[in-house]
Design a protein around this ligand. Structure first.
Ligand code: SF4
Length: 434
């Protein structure tokens, strides 16, 4: 019997990429192979996203394109959009099955003759950095967010399963593991509840457990809510040698009034206080964040408060998102929607501030030892490579393609708005060093 071929396409976040990888490894271990670029696949998988209306339409477009380019294919659609609106997706060409409830995925795979579904991934395509999903679901109700509708309830993976997966990925050459999820700060909340009878095992316990894995590797936390940073978290983060001192607490707005309308759970002072506590106990940690600009009713004064809070927080990176209405969320129906041109102007102002703050932070890395995970060669500077340091600062350092996927020890020499420039240390191969 000839080999069956498959094609997998992912939209959306790293958690989706992780889930696609899991399906892919199931297919490959059951005798499928990935179709070549110009070859029609027998089976297509689309892992959808529904974070915005554009993500929905991208998903529908993709499914139609796959049906055209892979005549006779059977397309299986999964992911957040599939959960949210399975009926619409079922009617699209080529669609064989819509997995609206992720728990049904093993049954769907079984029906295709795929019985060997691994407990975790062994590879993460195309990178030296692998994302590991440690939990799923969010039980909060931020007024702009649709995620709790499509990923409700909390489901934390067992520490043993995560440990085995991280070990496997390190053995397979991955140097950086990013602990990811939908709301990672709630890791272990579901398994720690009194009725479970299990001893508490929260995020910081997981750090400790994973930190015992020997070798040349590092782990990073994808995000954390400031209110979930407690003394144990900080103490453990400071003592785990493999954990990178970079954290992503989402600010979303620097205005108390806007935070209340967003139904966020912290005050600005509390948020900034947590960052200070971490700065006191960790070695120059880097903070990155998300900010939504132009949330309904955001006044100019409220936007100014966001700028002020960002300055005080000294973020290294700010992901700036103009508010976009998400049908089905309370904020989509709020009055006083902010005009698109005002949102655009405010995004520009915040992005300008972001570049200034980035440079300020990068300056703190000048004169320091850096551990750069090399990702590629510099396009502008022959003889140089680029990558990220433990604090996720982008760094350029002399090097060659041989360095890609490896750690390079470097010394920060200078910093600009976009990156730190470094020289190599502890290596003979200083190429093109100034
Ligand atoms: S934004 Fe709020 S509701 Fe949405 S996933 Fe994050 S914490 Fe949960």
């Amino acid at each position: 019997m000839s080999e069956r071929t498959c094609r997998l396409v992912t939209l959306g976040c790293k958690v989706n990429q992780y889930e696609t990888q899991l399906v892919k490894e199931s297919l490959l271990s059951s005798g499928f192979r990935e179709a070549a670029e110009d070859e029609a696949a027998d089976l297509c998988f689309v892992n959808t996203c529904t974070v915005t209306g554009e993500a929905d339409s991208k998903g529908r477009q993709l499914i139609r394109q796959l049906a055209k380019k892979n005549p006779g294919t059977r397309t299986i659609v999964m992911g957040c959009y599939a959960t949210r609106d399975p009926e619409v997706l079922r009617d699209l060409p080529g669609v064989f099955e819509v997995v609206s409830d992720k728990r049904e995925l093993p049954d769907v795979l079984n029906r295709l003759g795929i019985v060997d579904i691994p407990d975790g991934i062994s590879h993460f395509d195309g990178r030296r950095r692998a994302f590991v999903k440690i939990q799923d679901g969010c039980i909060l109700r931020c007024t702009y967010c649709i995620i709790p509708e499509v990923r409700p309830g909390l489901r934390s993976r067992s520490p043993e399963s995560i440990y085995a997966e991280v070990r496997r990925l390190i053995d397979n050459g991955y140097r950086e593991i990013v602990l990811s999820g939908i709301h990672v700060g709630h890791y272990g909340v579901d398994t720690t509840r009194a009725k479970s009878g299990l001893p508490p095992f929260r995020l910081w316990h997981l750090f400790e457990k994973l930190d015992r894995i020997p070798g040349d590797w590092r782990m990073r936390l994808s995000s954390i809510e400031a209110v979930e940073v407690n003394d144990e978290f900080i103490r453990t983060a400071a003592s785990c040698e493999h954990l990178c001192p970079q954290f992503h607490p989402s600010l979303q707005s620097g205005s108390e009034a806007v935070l209340r309308r967003m139904r966020r759970r912290y005050s600005i002072e509390k948020f900034l206080d947590k960052l200070e506590q971490m700065r006191e106990q960790l070695d120059n940690p880097a903070f990155t964040t998300d900010v939504i600009v132009g949330f309904p009713g955001e006044t100019d004064a409220e936007f100014q408060e966001t700028l002020a809070a960002c300055r005080r927080a000294r973020f290294m990176k700010i992901h700036v998102f103009p508010f976009s209405k998400r049908k089905g969320t309370p904020a989509a129906d709020f009055e006083n929607q902010v005009a698109p041109e005002v949102r655009k102007d405010r995004c520009q102002i915040l992005s300008d501030l972001e570049r200034d703050l980035a440079e300020e932070y990068y300056q703190t890395l000048v004169g320091r030892e850096l551990e750069v995970l090399v990702e590629g060669v510099s396009r502008k500077r022959p003889g140089w490579v680029h990558g990220n340091d433990r604090r996720y600062a982008p760094v350029e350092v002399p090097g060659t393609t041989d360095d890609i996927g490896k750690f390079v020890s470097a010394h920060g020499e200078s910093a600009g708005r976009h990156q730190v420039t470094a020289v190599r240390v502890g290596s003979e191969s200083i190429v093109g060093s100034r």
